[in-house]
Ligand binder design. Structure first.
Ligand SMILES: Nc1ncnc2c1ncn2[C@@H]1O[C@H](COP(=O)(O)OP(=O)(O)O)[C@@H](O)[C@H]1O
Ligand SMILES: [Mg+2]
Length: 224
């Protein structure tokens, strides 16, 4: 069985405005594969993540993400590409005054779900996967940072994405919560066969949970 390629970058340049951030990079990721993206602050990790979800200027080479050519993203194929991805940031981007359920329900509605029984079951399923079942009716601002990030992960997997892009998802969390987050993401990678790019500068995580790692440095990307 050949594994489906989720990310295929070959000879790609990535820019922030006019500034070349990463030059001539190659990067492949297949189904259910987990990869760390490491590098010093300012080395281009977030720029690469943004390029993958169609929010950075790229030039030259070939670049496909979830079978979409990301050189010609437009108003039609960008939303459909984003629907195949779960994006997780350091800041949670949740509605703080809303409950856990309301935050998830909002995303389901925004992505075209309309059967309330199916929606309820989906919310139960993702909350159970991130161990937040008991928090269904709690407001986000009453959750701990670790719980909020688990809710973000639940939100990211609602539509069973082919790819999770996590940009420093543990940047604001203590060690214990960071461990929970990485364990969860790795578990989901195997349950849903989701490919994951996990940007971090936390060496402790890499040592404790070793996996394939690529390094951003000197305007390029290399496999470690
Ligand atoms: N919006 C922007 N416009 C121009 N330059 C930026 C922007 N965001 C980041 N940069 C610059 O791009 C480089 C790479 O940044 P970034 O991708 O955020 O790295 P990292 O995530 O590894 O810290 C840095 O030199 C940074 O100063
Ligand atoms: Mg960054």
């Amino acid at each position: 069985m050949t594994l489906k390629k989720i990310i295929e970058l070959e000879g790609v340049n990535i820019y922030n405005g006019d500034k070349l951030i990463l030059e001539h990079i190659d990067f492949d990721l297949v189904d259910a594969e987990f990869c760390y993206l490491i590098g010093n602050s300012g080395s281009g990790k977030s720029s690469l993540c943004r390029a993958l979800y169609g929010d950075a200027r790229i030039e030259s080479g070939t670049a496909k993400v979830c079978e979409t050519n990301i050189f010609d993203l437009n108003r039609k194929n960008l939303p459909s590409l984003r629907r195949k991805m779960g994006i997780i940031f350091q800041d949670f981007h949740l509605f703080n005054g809303w409950t856990v359920e309301e935050n998830l329900d909002y995303v389901l509605q925004a992505t075209g779900w309309d059967d309330s029984t199916k929606m309820k079951h989906k919310i139960e399923e993702v909350l159970s996967n991130v161990h937040l079942t008991s928090k269904l009716h709690e407001k986000v601002h009453d959750l701990s940072g670790g719980e909020q990030q688990r809710l973000v992960i639940a939100r990211a997997i609602l539509n069973e994405p082919e790819l999770i892009i996590a940009d420093e998802p543990t940047g604001n969390l203590d060690e214990e919560s960071s461990d929970e987050i990485i364990q969860l993401i790795k578990k989901l990678t195997s349950i849903y066969k989701t490919a994951t790019v996990f940007a971090t500068h936390d060496r402790r995580l890499l040592e404790k949970y070793p996996a394939r790692t690529v390094l951003c440095a000197d305007n390029s990307l290399r496999e470690l």
